[in-house]
Each structure stands twice: as structure tokens, then as C-alpha cells.
Design a protein around this ligand. Structure first.
Ligand SMILES: Cc1cc2nc3c(=O)[nH]c(=O)nc-3n(C[C@H](O)[C@H](O)[C@H](O)COP(=O)(O)OP(=O)(O)OC[C@H]3O[C@@H](n4cnc5c(N)ncnc54)[C@H](O)[C@@H]3O)c2cc1C
Length: 381
């Protein structure tokens, strides 16, 4: 079936950034179409942990109950383990939210797509965007193919790239990279059942890290992280053995618990990608989520970033973003967080330094939370 038509917004990518942006625009009355080459409900690389900003947004959008109803474990404690020391932080209720969640992406992305459809957004899965069309320097539409090879030809008020790190929209628009990171870590992760977890459990030892993150179906995601060259040599060529070695180095206590559980499916690896910040707005185009900004997954913030971008862009396009542009507000709140992620992802810290970096990271999340919280107040003023 040939897909043609004129939309207020055409979005490439139907995951955290794209589906959320489509939902928010459709709720504001816009005619929106979203394309994704992936299938509805498909999985993607992720360890799923939402930070408070992400959970606050789901709550505000009326979707947190759906996440809870999916059986995603409610997390009310964060544990930091260092050699010889364990620090437990119990979460307080703030911004109407007392718990964190790490829903499987098959669950979270589906909730977002369903909510966007309920608001009137249209989705075409299994469809590839090939080309962004420009007239007089302004993006005006998009061409592509559906899963039968039929032509897709769309006109759009705005073309939104929610198409991840290899964003077609960013390339077509020539979005300038305004910051580039110098380091990246690598991780291997898998799903386990029968592994008790106190909450999100992060462990650090010289040159390595690990995490245990409760998700859906009574399972936990367990990851082992380290510098990319170490993973290239020690882990990826012998995944299961290398994963266990790094887990044991990061925390023998956690490794023992994981070894007492049952691994569900194979381990997955991520070899690392350098962080970047791109321009996220131009004539007739915008970027949200990883398309516009990527940093190492060690700080588990990409989904929360994508939600923030969706909220800021949808408000800007609807004329409801007082106090600055999407580009400016995004860049203000990500600056410190980008820097501290770089420091953590370098894995060249001492144990005293990683404690400082983690405190800095916690501090650097505050401006983003304040911004998200203030949006309704700004609008009312
Ligand atoms: C190993 C790993 C672990 C992570 N763990 C966490 C974590 O614990 N917590 C967290 O918050 N973040 C985590 N992240 C980061 C998080 O997964 C991303 O930041 C987030 O998925 C970004 O969402 P997005 O919608 O911007 O892009 P994506 O999830 O990359 O989605 C982009 C979509 O665009 C589609 N697409 C791309 N190009 C085209 C095209 N030309 N035509 C049609 N469709 C196209 C793709 O099929 C894809 O579905 C992790 C990342 C990795 C790699």
C-alpha cells in the first residue's frame, strides 16, 4: 500500500523519543505519522533503568500505572557497592513519585505507541525512511518504503528525527555536532531469574562496574561494564566467562548471587559509542533522543533524556514553551551531565574519584528535574 499524505509532523523512529513525541503532539491536536523499520513491540539493546526524571514524566503523562500494571518491579532503594563499603539510599517521594521502574523495552515502547495511537497518531512499522526532502533549505517531507517495498511519500510541517545514533534526519539536515565525547565504556548484559535485588544495585571496583536492575517477569537485568579495549580483548571473544570475571571483580557478593540464579537467554554486548551533542532544531526539522544527544549508557539516562526532549519539543511546536527554546533548554540541562558521564565512562578513576563522580552525577540531574517540574508552572505564569 502506498503511503502518502500531509501531516503536521512526521517522525522517524517509534521508541522512547519518537513514540513519546508523537503522543504529546497528537494530544495537542496535531496530525502525526511515525515510521519505524522495526516491528511493533520489538526489543532493543537496553538495561531499562529509568531515572527519576523519566518516571516523573511517565506519571505526568498518565502512563505510570500502565508500567506498574505490566508487572515491572517497583524500586525504592539504590545501592552503591565499593570494595569494602556498601551505601544504601532509600528513595523519598518527590514530584509525586516514590519509586523507580525499569520496564522491558518490549513493554515500555509498546505503552508509548499505544498511548500515541489513542491520541490519534498513526504508525507504520517495518517502514524505512530513505530521504528527507528540502525546499529552499527547509525540510518539507520524507520518502521511504514500507515492508512490501511500496513507496512512502509524505509532506510534513516538521520532520522529526527520533531515529537513534545513526540518524538519517540528522545527516540529511546537516545537524552540527556541537560537542563530542572522548571516551566510552563497553557492557555485556543478560536477564536472570531467581536473583534477589534490593533495588538498583550499582557496583564499582578499579576499572570495572556492574549493575543489577529489577525488571519485568520477576527477572533482573545484570550488566558488567568496563573500558572498551578491555571488553574487546577479555569479554567479547568469550562472552559468558568474561562477563562472570568482570562481575566478580566489580563485586564478589553480587556475582555470587547472580551465579545462584538462572540465566534467561543469551548475553548481549555493546562495544561502546563516543558521546555527542548535535544541534537539535533547524528549519522544518528537529531531533529528539539519541538522534540529537548520546552519552555512554553507564549513567542509565538515555530514556529519561528522550522523554525530556519529547516534552520540550512538543511544547515548542505547540507554542507552549516559555523561558527559552527547546535547543537552549536542552543544552543547559545536559551540560554537566555530559561531562560527568564522560568521566565515569573513562574507567580511569580511583575509588575516591568514582565516589565524587557519582555525587556529581546525582547533582547534575537536578537542573533537569527542576526544568521538567517547572514546565507547567511556566505555562501558567
Ligand atoms: C546497552 C545499552 C544499555 C542502555 N541502558 C539504558 C538504561 O538502563 N536506561 C536508560 O535510560 N537508557 C539506557 N540506554 C540508552 C537508551 O536505550 C537510549 O538512549 C534510548 O533507547 C534512545 O531512544 P530513541 O527513541 O532516541 O532511539 P532508539 O531507541 O535508538 O530508537 C530509534 C528507532 O528509529 C528507528 N529508525 C532508525 N533509522 C530509521 C529509518 N531510516 N527508517 C525507519 N526507522 C528508523 C529504529 O528502528 C529504532 O527503532 C542504553 C543503551 C544501550 C546501548
Amino acid at each position: 500500500m502506498t503511503v502518502r499524505g500531509k501531516y503536521d509532523a512526521v517522525v522517524v523512529g517509534a521508541r522512547a523519543a519518537g513514540a513519546a513525541t508523537a503522543m504529546l503532539l497528537a494530544r495537542r491536536g496535531a496530525r502525526v505519522l511515525v515510521l519505524d523499520r522495526a516491528r511493533y513491540g520489538s526489543d532493543t539493546l537496553s538495561t531499562h533503568a529509568l531515572m527519576r526524571a523519566g518516571v516523573v514524566q511517565l506519571h505526568r503523562w498518565g502512563l505510570l500505572d500502565r508500567v506498574r500494571a505490566s508487572g515491572a518491579a517497583a524500586v525504592s532503594r539504590v545501592v552503591f557497592r565499593y570494595p569494602g563499603e556498601t551505601v544504601r539510599v532509600d528513595l523519598k517521594v518527590a514530584d509525586g513519585v516514590g519509586e523507580l521502574f525499569a520496564p522491558r523495552r518490549t513493554v515500555l515502547d509498546t505503552i508509548l505507541v499505544d498511548a500515541a495511537r489513542e491520541a490519534g497518531a498513526e504508525f507504520v512499522f517495518g517502514a524505512i525512511a530513505d530521504e528527507v526532502e528540502f525546499e529552499g533549505g527547509r525540510a518539507v517531507g520524507l520518502c521511504g518504503r514500507d515492508d512490501q517495498g511500496e513507496e512512502i511519500d509524505l509532506r510534513a510541517g516538521v520532520v522529526i528525527g527520533a531515529d537513534g545514533i545513526r540518524s538519517l534526519v540528522a545527516q540529511a539536515a546537516g545537524a552540527e555536532v556541537t560537542r563530542r565525547g572522548g571516551r566510552s565504556g563497553a557492557i555485556a548484559y543478560g536477564y536472570f531469574s531467581g536473583v534477589p535485588a534490593e533495588g538498583y544495585e550499582w557496583s564499582y571496583a578499579p576499572g570495572v562496574s556492574s549493575g543489577v536492575i529489577p525488571t519485568n517477569d520477576g527477572q533482573v537485568v545484570v550488566f558488567a561494564g568496563g573500558p572498551e579495549d578491555v571488553f574487546r580483548k577479555r569479554v567479547f571473544p568469550r562472552m559468558d566467562a568474561g562477563f562472570l570475571e568482570i562481575l566478580r571483580e566489580a563485586s564478589p557478593v553480587v556475582a555470587g548471587r547472580v551465579e545462584g540464579g538462572r540465566q534467561e537467554g543469551r548475553l548481549r554486548g555493546f562495544a561502546g559509542v563516543r558521546g555527542y551533542v548535535r544541534e537539535c532544531r533547524g528549519p522544518g526539522w528537529a531531533l529528539v533522543g539519541d538522534a540529537g544527544y548520546f552519552r555512554d549508557p553507564i549513567t542509565a539516562h538515555g530514556i529519561s533524556d528522550a522523554f525530556r526532549d519529547a516534552e520540550l519539543l512538543a511544547r515548542e511546536l505547540s507554542g507552549e514553551l516559555p523561558g527559552g527554546s527547546y535547543q537552549q533548554l536542552r543544552d543547559d540541562v545536559i551540560r554537566d551531565h555530559f561531562d560527568v558521564t564522560e568521566r565515569i565512562a573513562g574507567y580511569d578513576w580511583t575509588m575516591d574519584e568514582i565516589r565524587v563522580h557519582l555525587r556529581d552525577m546525582s547533582r547534575s540531574m537536578k537542573p533537569e528535574l527542576d526544568l521538567i517540574e517547572s514546565l507547567d508552572r511556566r505555562e501558567a505564569a
